[in-house]
Design a protein around this ligand. Structure first.
Ligand code: PMV
Length: 359
């Protein structure tokens, strides 16, 4: 499917104003996306768990304006005007303008809130861009009226991808694949798809406790990070490995093989960080407490036989993943042994969720 598919025919309806509100979740990748080509095309396919509680809610109010010469919008976070968010949204609007030709016809008021603390080191770009894309799609659906639910979600994911790559995995489904993979029917570089195969009950309500090791701004933006994969000495091997890991994930998810899941997920997290450490310039995104936590998890797993494991984003915070049936014991372990390594003792309890919803 090529981009033209997402360029609408002439709109059949006209509206002067209105508003839509969507709530979109964050997601945590199991097989990581790190490295992209032009137009936000990933170098390798990825798969993520959709989160249930870490969400962004966005309301987009729109009113027709006199001239359609440029983009016009204001952004608010928690009711406070945020002009520093505007350049990112302006860039997003420019990228998607051809697919949403109504964008210059309206003034938009974009009001957004996150369920997780703003300065928590948890990126809000995935949930934020997903929620914004869904609101814009709701406007398009009013203007066209004949768009199917499936096409609506697909195009929203396509648009979200152009805002922030991983955002295209924050629309629909508990496990979402983005990036073409031969063994995954329907997978695409252009949008995320619900993981289409059998998933063992071991993964039902899988738990994710996010330990806030470093609540500061990201040390390296993901744009810079992705760019460092261009000409990276290990890039091609890494992309191959991600493809293989996604193939292996299919049987792991089907069989409910938690030991293999742990090995794959932890290796993916460490590989992502290894890519940053071996790029030029190089970065260490972990903090000493990230390592303390990882070692504690390994020690606990060894002595208790628990199936707890960790994954990391491109930062110092640790996502602690574990099966629902181990929830009580693992939380006790986290509270007793890991909270000392979190900034302000802060953590967020989450679990696998099902996707975005309209409010
Ligand atoms: O969506 P971006 O461009 O912020 O990249 C995110 C990349 C990782 O979060 C590190 C991995 C992933 O697949 O989500």
């Amino acid at each position: 499917m090529v981009e033209e598919h997402f360029i609408p025919k002439k709109y059949t309806n006209s509206i002067d104003n209105g508003s839509f509100t969507w709530s979109s979740p964050s997601n945590i990748a199991l097989v990581k996306y790190w490295g992209k080509k032009e137009h936000q095309i990933p170098e390798n396919p990825s798969i993520s768990f959709t989160l249930n509680h870490c969400k962004t809610t966005t309301k987009v109010s729109f009113s027709k304006k006199e001239d359609a010469s440029g983009f016009s919008f204001d952004v608010f976070l928690d009711n406070e005007k945020k002009d520093d968010f505007k350049p990112k949204i302006e860039t997003f609007f420019k990228r998607i303008d051809v697919c949403l030709p109504f964008l210059k016809d309206y003034h938009f008021k974009i009001e957004t809130t996150n369920t997780f603390p703003h300065s928590s080191g948890i990126a809000s770009s995935a949930s934020g861009m997903s929620a914004l894309a869904l609101c814009l799609m709701s406007i398009e659906a009013e203007l066209s009226l004949d768009i199917s639910k499936e096409d609506f979600t697909k195009k929203a994911s396509f648009l979200a991808r152009l805002g922030s790559g991983s955002a295209c995995r924050s629309l629909e489904g508990d496990l979402v694949v983005w990036g073409k993979h031969d063994a995954i029917t329907g997978s695409s570089n252009l949008f995320g798809v619900k993981y289409p195969y059998q998933v063992h009950s071991n993964f039902k309500n899988y738990q994710d406790t996010i330990l806030l090791v470093d609540k500061g701004e990201k040390q390296v933006s993901s744009t810079v990070g992705h760019n460092l994969m261009h000409g990276h000495p290990f890039a091609q091997e890494r992309f191959k490995q991600a493809n293989k890991n996604l193939s292996d994930m299919i049987s792991i998810l089907k069989e409910g093989d938690l030991d293999a899941f742990i090995a794959l997920v932890e290796s993916e997290a460490l590989t992502l960080h290894a890519m940053m450490m071996t790029s030029m310039p190089y970065f260490i995104l972990m903090k000493p407490n990230t390592l303390e936590i990882i070692n504690k998890i390994w020690e606990y797993r060894k002595t208790s036989g628990s199936k707890v494991c960790f994954t990391l984003d491109a930062g110092a915070n640790v996502h602690v993943l574990y099966p629902e049936k181990e929830a009580e014991k693992t939380l006790e372990f986290i509270q007793n042994e890991l909270l000392a390594y979190c900034q302000g003792g802060q953590y967020i309890c989450d679990q696998i969720g099902i996707g975005a919803n309209q409010l």
